[in-house]
Design a protein around this ligand. Structure first.
Ligand SMILES: Cc1cc2nc3c(=O)[nH]c(=O)nc-3n(C[C@H](O)[C@H](O)[C@H](O)COP(=O)(O)O)c2cc1C
Ligand SMILES: CCCCC(=O)C(=O)O
Length: 417
């Protein structure tokens, strides 16, 4: 019998459903396993040893006390799977369509800023790994690689550009035009950063981008006044090797934008971005999900920014069911935050998500071994998800629903949804 999990034979054909072909004679192929790293939590440990303190702290921490960061992860532990048996799972198709592309599994890599902090190949390594595994990548506005280069590295697999809509819209207008030219399918506006969350380690470390790196999408795009103000505020006690040069478009200065509002912002963005899709990332309530539909969003991502913005905000998995109910299939609902195992993806889908995004685990893969490390991260998650499907008696993603879950109550009592 062949085994229905990710094999090297199917990764080079990311657009094909992974339905166990071509057959392998000996069942599970262990030759690809990294014996030092058989889970995402092992990947996290390996990665930490390879990042400098500033980077490790920046990647891993949450805002304030990290309550929401932890809640995102723990929310998955409050559900258990109800597996069904004797259903012939010899052929499993874990693929779904996202941005018009058949993704090999129902998750993508979430946009995360400044990936060259983790590895010199940065976003290119992530894009190449995603392309090899047929997985969609979201690119941060604050990437250390230009969006055109990432697009090229992604090959046939589409990308979405995450947007921080700056108060000075000229930068954003340029960026959107470039994304369109380069062939991005969607822009994802992050809406949970009206102000920056307070990340204590980032503050204590006086986070700076090392001088050999740049925020590539804006490298030559600072306005004169921005260059001037950057040169006056700089030159102060920076550690060796840290930048004092212009342009100063940094996530601290330009990321947060308190002026976003529904009507004008959405109208402007939909006009500028067309024909790319416009998604909103950072929705946590059914009220805002309804407004997103009303204002023409093509999709939403239920997210609390990986616990990096409002500490004390509810876990994304807990926010999901009410949002799914109110959206009622009018637009796709995605979710991110706290996904550390393929079975977490299964649980999110069972609660109604159409697709998941994974943040830190890919960064850990990148820090561990560049492209190979990101591929390892993807392979672990894909394999775990497919194994979870097989062990639950499911052969297609669309079969996954609330019948497959039960909830652990406060008393420890387990009940049907
Ligand atoms: C280091 C780091 C940088 C991030 N940068 C961005 C960003 O530039 N834009 C954005 O919308 N979200 C950003 N995020 C949030 C992720 O897109 C995603 O919402 C979050 O990481 C999901 O949680 P997880 O890390 O638990 O999977 C970042 C997250 C991390 C950890
Ligand atoms: C405005 C924040 C930009 C980077 C980011 O999203 C993060 O560090 O979480």
């Amino acid at each position: 019998m062949t085994y229905p999990f990710a094999t090297d034979a199917n990764i080079d054909h990311p657009t094909l459903p992974l339905n166990m072909s071509p057959p392998k004679s000996s069942g599970i192929d262990l030759s690809d396993d990294d014996l030092d790293c058989l889970s995402i939590s092992e990947l996290e440990k390996r990665a930490l040893g390879r990042m400098d303190k500033q980077t490790g702290d920046y990647y891993n921490e949450g805002a304030d006390s990290g309550v929401t960061l932890l809640d995102n992860i723990m929310a998955y532990q409050m559900y258990r799977i109800r597996p069904r048996i004797m259903r012939d799972v010899s052929s499993i198709d874990s693929s779904v369509v996202v941005f018009g592309h058949r993704s090999s599994a129902p998750f993508g890599i979430a946009p995360a800023a400044m990936q060259k902090l983790a590895h010199p190949d940065g976003e290119l390594a992530t894009a190449r790994a995603c392309a090899r595994r047929g997985i969609v990548m979201g690119l941060s506005s604050f990437s250390t690689t230009a969006l055109e280069d990432v697009r090229q590295a992604s090959g046939r697999v589409p990308n979405a550009l995450q947007l921080y809509l700056f108060e000075d819209r000229s930068h954003s207008r340029d960026l959107i035009a470039r994304a369109k030219m380069a062939g991005y399918k969607a822009v994802i506006l992050t809406v949970d950063t009206p102000v920056l969350g307070r990340r204590r380690l980032e503050i204590r470390n006086q986070f700076r981008l090392p001088s050999h790196l740049e925020i590539a999408n804006f490298a030559s795009h600072a306005t004169e006044s921005e260059v001037e103000s950057s040169s006056t505020e700089e030159g102060n006690n920076l550690p060796d090797g840290y930048a004092t040069r212009a342009p100063q478009i940094t996530f601290h200065t330009h990321g947060p934008n308190p002026t976003l509002e529904w009507k004008e912002t959405m109208k402007w963005l939909k006009h500028e971005a067309s024909p790319m899709q416009v998604w909103l990332k950072g929705i946590l309530t059914p009220e805002d999900a309804s407004l997103a539909v009303e204002h023409g969003a093509d999709g939403i991502i239920v997210s609390n920014h990986g616990g990096r913005q409002l500490d004390g905000a509810l876990a994304t998995l807990d926010a999901l069911p009410d949002i799914v109910a109110v959206v009622d299939r009018r637009i796709p609902v995605h979710v991110d935050g706290g996904i550390r195992h393929g079975s977490d993806i299964f649980k999110a889908l069972a609660l109604g998500a159409d697709f998941c995004w994974v943040g830190r685990p890919a960064l850990w893969g990148l820090a561990y071994k560049g492209q190979v490390g990101v591929e390892l991260c993807l392979r672990l998650l894909i394999d775990e998800f497919r194994r979870c499907m097989g062990l639950s008696g499911v052969t297609e993603v669309k079969q996954i629903g609330p019948d497959y879950l039960c909830k652990v109550g406060r008393s420890g009592f387990v009940s049907r949804l």
